[in-house]
Ligand binder design. Structure first.
Ligand code: PMT
Length: 222
C-alpha cells in the first residue's frame, strides 16, 4: 500500500532545535534532538520524494539522498526556508524553533559582576506561519509540542497558522517527544483526525507521511 503520490514531489522539512546566541560563548536552545525530523526526511525519501532537510544543530548523520542544509538560529532557519520553499510541494515543520531570541547578541563575552543579569528577548519570525501565508503556499504540515490542552492548542495552531495539517505531541511525557527514540502523535486536519500510537520515530514518520500523501492528493483533485 505504498502511495505513489509523493514520488518526484519536492518536500522541505525542518528539524532539530535552534540556537540563539547571547554572546560569543553562550546560547539558549531546547531539548530537540532532530530525530523526528530526520526520520520524516528519510521516510519521505523512501516514498520517492525529493527532500530538502533544513536542520538546526544536532548530533545526527544527514540521511542518504537528502539535501541537508545546516543552520543555527531561528533567523537563519527562516532565511534558508524562505530561499528554498519556492518549488516545494509540501512543507513539514518539525523543528523546535525558538520563539524568542536575546534582544542583544553581545559581541564580547558578558563579564560576571556583583549585579543580577537581566536578558531581554524579542520575538523570532514564525517560519511555519510565514510559509503557510505565502501567496501560493505548499501543502503545509505543522507540529505542536504541548504540555497541556493538546487538542485545543493544536487546533488553534491549525487554523491560526492556516495549515493543512498538524501533528501534536504531548511533550510532558518524558518517554516520548523531545530527545527520545519513540513518539506518539495526534494528527489533525480541518475535516478529521487520526491517532498514531506510541512507536519508534521511524515507523511514525512513515505513518505520518502516508497520511500527508493521502490528504495532499485530495487537495490536488479538488
Ligand atoms: O527532535 P526530537 O528530539 O526528535 O523531538 C521531536 C519534537 C518533539 C521536537 C517534534 O516532534 C515537535 O513537536 N516539533 C515541534 C516543536 C515546536 O516548536 O512546537 P511548537 O508548538 O512550539 O511550534 C508549532 C509549530 O510552529 C511547529 O511546527 C514549529 O516548527 C513551528 N514554528 C514555531 C516557532 C517559529 N518561530 N517558527 C516555526 O516554524
Amino acid at each position: 500500500d505504498v502511495p505513489q503520490v509523493l514520488a518526484g514531489k519536492h518536500i522541505t522539512i525542518t528539524a532539530g532545535p535552534t540556537r540563539e546566541d547571547i554572546d560569543p560563548v553562550r546560547y539558549i536552545t531546547n531539548h530537540s534532538s532532530g530525530k523526528m525530523g530526520y526520520a520524516l526526511a528519510k521516510a519521505s525519501q523512501q516514498l520517492g520524494a525529493k527532500v530538502t532537510l533544513i536542520s538546526g544543530p544536532v548530533d545526527l548523520t544527514p540521511p542518504e539522498n537528502v539535501k541537508t542544509i545546516l543552520v543555527s538560529s531561528a533567523q537563519d532557519m527562516h532565511n534558508t526556508v524562505m530561499q528554498n520553499i519556492k518549488d516545494s510541494d509540501i512543507f513539514v515543520a518539525c523543528a523546535a524553533v525558538a520563539d524568542y531570541r536575546p534582544k542583544q547578541n553581545a559581541t564580547q563575552k558578558i563579564k560576571k559582576s556583583e549585579q543580577e543579569l537581566t536578558l531581554t528577548f524579542v520575538k523570532n519570525p514564525d517560519i511555519l506561519s510565514d510559509v503557510a501565508h505565502l501567496p501560493d503556499p505548499p501543502f503545509t504540515v505543522g507540529f505542536a509540542a504541548e504540555t497541556q490542552n493538546l487538542r485545543e492548542y493544536a487546533l488553534g495552531k491549525l487554523s491560526r497558522k492556516k495549515l493543512n495539517m498538524i501533528a501534536a505531541n504531548d511533550v510532558s511525557n518524558k518517554t516520548i517527544g523531545f530527545n527520545s527514540e519513540q513518539n506518539a502523535l495526534t494528527v489533525f486536519w480541518p475535516k478529521g483526525e487520526k491517532q498514531l500510537n506510541i512507536a519508534d520515530k521511524n515507523l511514525l514518520a512513515t505513518q505520518l507521511m502516508k497520511i500527508v500523501a493521502e490528504k495532499f492528493e485530495e487537495t490536488q483533485t479538488e
